[in-house]
Design a protein around this ligand. Structure first.
Ligand code: GCV
Length: 709
């Protein structure tokens, strides 16, 4: 081969491979040039002149952030350089008056040099930033730019990520590398990633971040760490992301030199007031504290025979003069209570209704147990009418395949947000309880346990970025459908090729139900391996507490399978409104996807399909495996249509997901067969190994495992 030609081939292939590689770092804010030339040429003049209208009409770091985002994005997407000007918003502009975060984007019906410019108006600088990201999303998803009238405001006031990050960099239940927060290097050395984190969060409308693990370390409240927190707060401030910390209840003893942390002790109250004042001197817009107390070994007010309300109010009084809030978690189950674990939060918290200060929000996990692939909503949402309640969702996939498996969680969150509690009559959805509209109570809060880490693509599994995206979008607008969110995210992340968009959205939308099918179908729950929680472990029967085992939850026996939570069992159903208790308490009316959550069902009981429970269970597990195989085939059809790096990254994970799904199916069916004593129905692939093989599998050094084993 002539030398010049050979060089040309090498350069050409280098160019091709770099054009076809993408590590996912840019998330949904990629801003690659829009491929549709017609759209691009129409969009460029529409976005040639942009007016940012705010009450002051003055420049600020937040307005500068909006301007920078527009300049970079439009330069890359369109090859355009917009002229961006700042104006004073005319007084009483009602479109943006609903919330200080509201914005309005308007444009004329056609774009000529004489038509009025596209305008982003807001009653705060932050609203301008949110409007900017909304406009860019509009463009990235290929929508028309004429006659725009996008007005939006968030339904929930505080939209937070909760990071379960330890100060040593380990992330509890984190599957994407280490913590983003480099405590040793702060405050002097600030990773540029902090800025990108804030941009990504703000692009979704998130406005707060709890930096530290709920299994808290009091060191974060010491002066050297507060200086580091202040540095992070400074990085995030232009993007409207306020910082919050977890408060270890015993901090007055551990770092304050007191002998007690009793919430009713005046010295303890004085210590917290002084500490909080110190925090606000360093971080004037500090958001407040998130607290896990008297739960899983964390200290709390009950150590002093005080109540959760006493503990929460102590901290609430300390932050109130500064405008702070306390998010007090209701994830509790007492070592002294042998009642059904899923009842315990209501038992402990409902009697405290009305006893919390106005700046306390009781933060409740979506389900009464613990972020399982499917749970009913927690009855606590309907049991505290006089208390502000927040929802805590888990974005990190502790129980849904972590960062190895695909599980798009928007459908799960929709199911939860749309659930009717009947608390205030029919139509009292969870969404209406947490956004404050039912009770007319503010502040309103929603929190998601983050799935971010130092992996280059932020979330370990590239498609898990969609869960960060979905959570953020739902915090702003909890009426968005899963389909809308999946469509937006896919277009912004993978472009507009119709087969790419339809294949990826289909994969995303079916994936959570697929994970349910091959791991915990028909309302089965908490049958995963112990400790790291990855893979099957229905045989787990001996741990520190009965309600940490699997056998506690599935109750497999010769008589059947499932936990009887009706009046003849634990009667957990009595914690729901009568309408729900009645429906779910009936073996025939209970939704089948929660059947074994609420009922102990005979193996030969016939389900709606006409099949027995045993046969249906087997077929659901098989269906889960078949669905993963279909996902793999669908993904493989995209070869050459997206860059090789992302294609291979996802292909490898789907390959692994099939193996994991097979393991779940075989392990669970062989195990449950020891009770059902029935053969597998036709269509079930025979397991490759005996049950003993699956039981002997021990995974070690798993990411995110707090035990570190
Ligand atoms: C942060 C589950 C998790 C724990 C987590 C706990 C919680 O039990 O496995 O890692 O601790 O929930 O939400 O507090």
């Amino acid at each position: 081969m002539p030398r010049l030609f050979a060089l040309a081939v090498i350069f050409a292939s280098l160019a091709l491979s770099s054009a076809r590689s993408d590590d996912g770092y840019r998330l949904w804010l990629r801003y690659d040039r829009i491929e549709n030339e017609t759209y691009r040429t129409q969009a460029a003049p529409a976005l040639g002149r942009i007016v940012l209208a705010t009450p002051s009409g003055a420049e600020s770091p937040t307005v500068a952030a909006a301007r920078d985002e527009l300049t970079t994005a439009l330069g890359n997407l369109l090859g355009a350089t917009p002229v961006i000007t700042l104006e004073k918003l005319p007084a009483a502009s009602s479109a943006v008056a609903r919330s200080s975060d509201a914005f309005s984007v308007s444009s004329p019906s056609s774009f000529t040099p004489h038509s009025s410019p596209l305008t982003i108006s807001a009653s705060s600088d932050l609203g301008i930033l949110y409007g900017t990201f909304a406009l860019l999303r509009h463009l990235q998803t290929g929508q028309p730019l004429e006659n725009l009238s996008l007005t939006s405001y968030p339904k929930i006031q505080h939209r937070l990520l909760n990071h379960w990050d330890d100060l040593n960099g380990h992330v509890e239940r984190g599957y994407a590398g280490s913590s983003l927060w480099e405590w040793f290097y702060l405050p002097e050395i600030r990773n540029p990633r902090y800025h990108d984190y804030a941009r990504a969060c703000a692009s979704l409308g998130l406005n707060g971040t709890v930096l530290t693990n709920v299994n808290a370390n009091a060191q974060i409240l010491t002066a050297p760490y507060l200086a580091k927190v202040a540095a992070l707060a400074g990085e995030f401030r232009p993007y409207g992301i306020r910082v919050y910390l977890t408060a270890r209840f015993s901090a007055p003893i551990e770092i304050g030199g007191l002998k007690t942390a009793d919430p009713l002790d005046p010295a303890v109250a004085a210590w917290w007031k002084t500490k909080v004042a110190e925090i606000y001197r360093a971080i004037p817009d500090f958001g407040g504290f998130l607290v896990k107390a008297n739960s899983e070994g964390q200290p709390g007010p009950q150590d002093y025979k005080r109540t959760h309300a006493d503990g929460a109010n102590l901290l609430a009084d300390a932050v109130a003069p500064h405008g702070g809030i306390i998010m007090w978690r209701a994830f509790v189950y007492s070592p002294d209570n042998n009642d059904d674990r899923v009842k315990q939060a209501v038992t402990e918290f409902a009697p405290l209704d009305g006893k919390f200060r106005d700046n306390v929000i009781v933060q409740i996990k979506n389900g009464p147990l613990d972020f399982m692939p499917r749970e009913p909503f927690s009855p606590l949402f309907g049991a505290m009418p006089k208390t502000r309640l927040a929802a805590e969702l888990q974005i990190t996939q502790e129980y849904l395949g972590q960062s190895t498996q695909l599980a798009f969680l928007a459908p799960m969150w929709r199911e939860f947000l749309d659930a009717d509690t009947f608390a205030n009559g029919p139509g009292t959805t969870i969404a209406s309880l947490i956004d404050g509209s039912t009770k007319r109570q503010q502040p309103s809060v929603i929190a998601g346990v983050a799935n971010t880490g130092t992996d280059r693509n932020w979330t370990g599994h590239l498609l898990a970025q969609a869960n960060w995206y979905a959570f953020g979008r739902l915090t702003w607008d909890h009426s968005l459908t899963s389909e809308q969110i999946a469509d937006e995210w896919t277009k912004m992340t993978f472009g507009h090729d119709a087969s790419v968009v339809s294949t990826i959205t289909k994969l995303l939308l079916g994936s959570r139900e697929t994970v349910v099918n091959y791991s915990m179908p028909l309302g089965l729950t908490h049958i995963m391996a112990e400790g790291h929680h990855y893979g099957p472990g229905p045989w787990v029967d001996k741990l520190g507490r009965a309600d940490w085992t699997s056998v506690y939850y599935h109750r497999a026996a010769a008589t059947g399978l499932g936990f009887n939570r009706t009046a003849t069992g634990s009667n957990a159903l009595a914690q729901y409104s009568p309408a729900i208790a009645q429906r779910y308490g009936s073996l025939t009316d209970c939704p089948e996807n929660l059947l074994l959550w609420f009922h102990h069902v005979a193996w030969d009981h016939r389900l709606r399909s006409g099949r027995t429970l045993w046969d249906e269970l087997c077929l659901r597990y098989q269906q889960g495996v078949d669905e993963v195989r279909a996902m793999r085939r669908d993904w493989d059809s995209l070869k050459g249509r997206i860059d090789d790096e992302r294609f291979t990254h996802i292909q490898q994970r789907l390959t692994r997901q099939e193996l994991d799904a097979i393991e779940w199916r075989d392990a669970c069916l062989l195990y449950f067969q020891t009770f059902s004593k029935r053969p597998f129905p036709a269509g079930i692939e025979p397991p490759a190994h005996p049950l003993s093989h699956y039981i002997s599998q021990k995974r070690r050094h798993m990411p995110g495992d707090p035990s570190g084993k």
